[in-house]
Design a protein around this ligand. Structure first.
Ligand SMILES: *[C@@H]1O[C@H](CO)[C@@H](O)[C@H](O)[C@H]1NC(C)=O
Length: 309
């Protein structure tokens, strides 16, 4: 009897569990709702959302505060007529490759505030969208090829559990110009950290991590950085020439453990935010004397006050 039950369970569970959406509320907002226009909303139980959406274009499709553990293959596939697709606060833990097959969005795909632990290859490769928001999850692992061939311009991976940066992640994501890694567990910035093809002038935010070390070659393949933040980390030093040949617009290394730097700030025409470090006053004075010649402008109101500079 027991054996029979076990066998039944084993065979019965996969078929049932393939259903991604069970009694889930889906909304579709049109771009300019008319005064008496009631927004479209319906409750669905299905493995594929697309056939349940209205035939007119949706500006924003949203499923929020639902309970969805796994996005199975085809769950969102073939959605091509929306600006935004939001799957937020839905308790999503896993995404199968193919869940977003042939998805094309004009603005953004957000999976913010779920419990996603890893991003596998084949989950997002087929998606055409400028902005991907994966903030507030539990992401600790991303496959080397997870973002290959995407048309992404901006990726938000903040508030996750990433322990490191893999230099291969963005090698085939040529349009990427904004990367947000705030509030992860990154300890080090490796050499050639961001190998994007034809780098424009990306904005990279690595603030609020546990970074102690930045490789001297971290940005060796980078020509320009519009913005780089390493604020709120554990830096005690920076390699000489770590920004050699890189034109930086704004550098933020405030809130670290730096006592002295010699040539390690960004060059002329840049702005360097360096306050809230335990600067040695003699060293700070030296840095100040190179402001606007060797370095760009230096912002450190509190440290300058403390050192009477
Ligand atoms: C990206 O595109 C290339 C060329 O079409 C293809 O060989 C490769 O498998 C694609 N990568 C992924 C992860 O889909």
């Amino acid at each position: 009897m027991f054996v029979t039950l076990v066998i039944l369970c084993v065979f019965a569970s996969p078929a049932v569990s393939q259903l991604t959406f069970r009694n889930v509320m889906v909304t579709c907002d049109s771009e300019q709702p008319l005064d008496d226009d009631i927004p479209f909303g319906t409750i669905v139980t299905t493995n594929k959302l697309k056939p349940h959406l209205p035939s007119t274009d949706c500006f924003k499709i949203a499923i929020q505060y639902a309970t969805i553990h796994t996005l199975y293959q085809d769950a969102l596939s073939d959605i091509t007529n929306a600006n935004y697709l939001f799957l937020e606060n839905d308790n999503i833990e896993e995404i199968e490759p193919g869940a977003f097959k042939n998805v094309k969005l004009k603005e953004a795909l957000s999976l913010q505030s779920n419990n996603i632990k890893e991003i596998r290859r084949g989950v997002f490769n087929d998606v055409q969208v400028p902005v991907l928001i994966l903030s507030y999850n539990l992401i600790a692992y991303i496959d080397y090829h997870a973002f290959d061939n995407m048309t992404l311009k901006s990726i938000h991976l903040d508030h996750n559990k990433l322990p490191r940066i893999n230099p291969f992640w963005f090698r085939h994501t040529p349009k990427l110009i904004k990367l947000n890694f705030q509030h992860n567990l990154i300890e080090q910035v490796p050499e050639f950290a961001f190998q994007m093809e034809k780098l424009n002038a990306p904005r990279i935010d690595l603030s609020h991590n546990q970074i102690r070390e930045v490789s001297g070659d971290a940005f060796a393949n980078t020509k320009r950085l519009d913005f780089l933040s390493l604020a709120f980390n554990r830096l005690e030093s920076l390699e000489r020439n770590w920004l050699k040949g890189v034109k930086v617009n704004v550098l933020d290394i405030s809130h670290n453990r730096l006592r002295c730097l010699r040539d390690e700030l960004a060059g002329p025409f840049s702005t360097n935010f360096i306050d809230k470090n335990p600067w040695s006053c003699g060293c700070l004075q030296d840095m100040k004397s190179k402001e606007s010649t060797v370095f760009g402008s230096i912002v450190a109101d509190e440290a300058f006050r403390r050192c009477n500079i």
